[in-house]
Write a protein that binds this ligand. Structure first.
Ligand code: GAR
Length: 203
């Protein structure tokens, strides 16, 4: 049986697209993307899920009223769909220990820098690349890591370096990091962990 994967998103969803494309190409043979969850009803990632025929749900943090209610709702949806593994793909909400402890080594996150550089609270999306350019680093990249209660602090699974070029803006750097690292690493990591979970189920 394939590992059932939920992908959590907030925005454009290019990393979700990379996962959907990899699955369609047969590169995630141990897993299936069974569900997409967005905290943002306007996320373009929801269109991508629809186009791929993957069920999607929206959980608005505001409507839930509290972090605890938000996480309880999320947990309920994941359980209802018999999800085995969660991938945060541009999901811009912090998850507390109350949630992450229920999914030990079962949640992956993609972060657009070489952790431990430019990570932790406040470092998300374009801000990460702004900080890298402000510091003047010549090499940056992306990291896939397991998620625990420390923001961007869980064990590292995969990393890939990307060159910073003269004249880069946060936008050009973000695009290069996505193309050369994120969209390659995330499907690889998804397959790695989906395979481990599928095998552990067979034991
Ligand atoms: C990606 O660059 C992802 O690594 C980053 O947000 C972007 C989402 O793009 N995530 C974080 O910064 C998490 N801390 P996408 O919606 O097109 O995949």
């Amino acid at each position: 049986m394939k590992t059932r994967i939920a992908v959590l998103v907030s925005g454009g969803g290019t990393n979700l697209q990379a996962l959907l494309d990899a699955e369609a190409a047969g590169s995630i043979p141990s897993g299936e993307i069974a569900l997409v969850v967005s905290n943002n009803p306007g996320a373009y990632a929801l269109e991508r899920a629809k186009n791929a025929g993957v069920p999607a749900a929206v959980i608005s943090k505001k409507e839930c009223g509290s972090q605890a209610a938000f996480e309880a709702r999320l947990q309920g949806i994941l359980e209802l769909d018999a999800i085995d593994m969660v991938i945060l793909a541009g999901f811009m909400c912090i998850l507390t220990e109350n949630f992450t402890k229920k999914w030990p080594n079962r949640i992956l996150n993609i972060h657009p820098s070489l952790i431990p550089a430019f990570c932790g609270e406040g470092f998300y999306g374009l801000h990460v690349h702004e900080a890298a350019l402000a510091r003047g680093v010549k090499v940056t990249g992306a990291t896939v890591h397991f998620v625990n209660e420390i923001p961007d602090g869980g064990p590292i699974l995969l990393q890939k370096a990307v060159e910073v070029l003269p004249g880069d803006t946060p936008e050009t750097l973000q695009r290069r990091v996505m193309e050369q690292a994120e969209w390659i690493l995330l499907p690889q990591a998804a397959q790695l962990v989906a395979k481990q979970i599928a095998e552990s189920r067979r034991l």
